[in-house]
Design a binder for this molecule. Structure first.
Ligand code: PLP
Length: 466
């Protein structure tokens, strides 16, 4: 399998899966996409019904890593990656109301769905870097959950230095502590004065400085990394198979920020999984749902909400869908993205927008509605949902159709957002045993303004020390 950028034509030296894993972002600023979608037959889906979660992951990723990493290697990695999850099914389905399911993606080490992909990614990096005898510096921006998942997946790995930027004071305390209490010396946390988009802009600026990028061998584990999207496809496949696919349609509802998780569902659909509708849930930072409802993709300022992992205005992965909606025309895609960068407004052609609406629905929940949803699912079903999961479930319920299972992605454990959960339900969600002493562990992080030169110096000092 070869890859191409959303902003450039297929080139003769088209990179493979290992190349794009390390590169993250394409050289022209675009995002990598597989040159074509692997197709999975109904027969193959039926054969996959009996596979374990880890073995299914190996099957799915091998379709994207062909020519770079073989299936047996992937199987060993996946078995190791998911052995540390605290649920034997890895990503269990729970029926919350009739035909409304919660797909629990939070049974990994940091209690959010980011672990599902990141635990694979850490091992993929290790494998490829060992093969190539290289080291890299991973930088990432986080609104809370990516950072801790990346740190947990990369800690102690000799060939990886990790620098994570989080918006100061805008993550929950559990989220911050999961990042800042990891003692391994290959990890550096920086609290940036600004919001998540500021952090994401800093990471983009670090990559845009090609001298610096080469000097420290920069690499990314943000959801712009295609390997992460690939590692998020298996749970959609697993859930659909459990509910009767390929012989029955299933819909998904996904609480959305950077558009990575729901893009993985869309990819599964491209590959032949019978997905009927994809529903996007937003909090008040609702650029995506505004876009779906009225074709208005315009950036507003980010406002804090009860679901901080979705406090985002620039959904990076949307570019991948846009590229598809434009019939994979990189010139048009690059032009639209340039205009968006310069004006904060994206003019998507009407036919492309209509094609998106053929598959996607979207809905916004205010903080009050989110609390109400948490209360509802707790009082009706004793189901304790974190604010992100509650949005997913509420949006799923809104768009349910008779006879079609609706599966909501449960993206975080309720104990990750205990204050919001307590305020809505009166229940104190307990941290699982491996995190019980989180509030006693010493923290370590730097606070910095959003100045490129300062952050570059901090990265240099960190890799010299490690
Ligand atoms: C990251 C995250 C999201 C948003 O996922 P995207 O892939 O960015 O759309 C939703 N909920 C939680 C808990 C998250 O950590």
């Amino acid at each position: 399998m070869r890859y191409r950028s959303t902003r450039g034509d297929l080139t003769a030296d088209a990179p493979n899966f290992s190349d794009i894993l390390l590169a993250g972002l394409a050289g022209d600023g675009g995002l990598y996409m597989p040159e074509s979608w692997p197709k999975i037959s109904a027969q193959t889906f039926r054969e996959w019904r009996t596979l374990s979660y880890a073995d299914l992951t190996a099957e799915v990723i091998s379709l994207f890593s062909e020519g770079a990493i073989d299936r047996d290697t992937l199987r060993d990695m996946a078995r190791d990656a998911y052995a540390g999850f605290d649920h034997a099914a890895v990503a269990p389905l729970c029926e919350v109301e009739q035909d409304l399911f919660s797909l629990e993606l939070f049974h990994g080490p940091t209690l959010a769905f980011k672990d599902m992909a990141m635990q694979m990614l850490g091992r993929l990096f290790d494998h490829v870097l060992t093969q190539r005898n290289q080291k890299v510096t991973i930088v990432g921006a986080t609104s809370g959950d990516t950072g801790s998942a990346a740190i947990e997946a990369c800690r102690g790995r000799e060939r990886l230095s990790v620098v994570i930027l989080h918006p100061k004071g805008r993550t929950s305390e559990v989220q911050r502590r999961q990042m800042t209490t990891v003692p391994d010396d290959n990890i550096l946390n920086i609290a940036v004065e600004g919001d998540f988009d500021t952090c994401q802009d800093m990471v983009k600026a670090l990559f845009a400085d090609t001298t610096f990028r080469d000097e420290v061998s920069l690499s990314a584990v943000n959801s712009i990394n295609w390997a992460r999207i690939a590692a998020q496809i298996p749970y959609y496949v697993r859930a659909a198979l459990a509910l009767g696919a390929p012989d029955r349609e299933v819909s998904f509802s996904v609480p959305t920020g950077n558009f990575g998780n729901v893009l993985a569902a869309w990819a599964a659909r491209q590959m032949g999984l019978p997905i009927r509708r994809l529903c996007i849930g937003s909090n008040r930072n609702d650029i995506l749902t505004r876009f779906l409802i009225e074709n208005d993709m315009s950036v507003r300022t980010v406002e804090p909400s009860l679901s901080p992992s979705m406090d985002i205005q620039v959904s990076s992965n949307f570019e991948r869908l846009l590229f598809e909606l434009l019939d994979r025309n990189p010139t048009r895609c690059a032009a639209i993205m340039k205009e968006f960068r310069e004006t904060g407004r994206m003019a998507v052609p009407h036919d492309a927008w209509t094609r998106m609406k053929d598959v996607f629905d979207g809905m916004t929940l205010s903080d009050e509605q989110t609390s109400e949803a948490m209360r509802h699912f707790y009082s009706e079903s004793l189901y304790l949902a974190d604010p992100h999961t509650a949005i997913g479930l509420a949006v799923g319920k809104r768009f349910q159709e008779p006879g079609i299972p609706m599966v909501a992605a449960a993206t975080a454990h309720p104990a990750k957002f205990p204050d919001a959960v307590f305020a809505a339900t009166g229940i104190k969600a307990a941290l699982p045993p491996h995190l019980a002493d989180l509030f006693e562990r010493p923290e370590r992080y730097d606070t910095m303004s959003s100045q490129l030169a300062g952050i570059q110096d901090a990265v240099r000092t960190h890799i010299r020390r490690h």
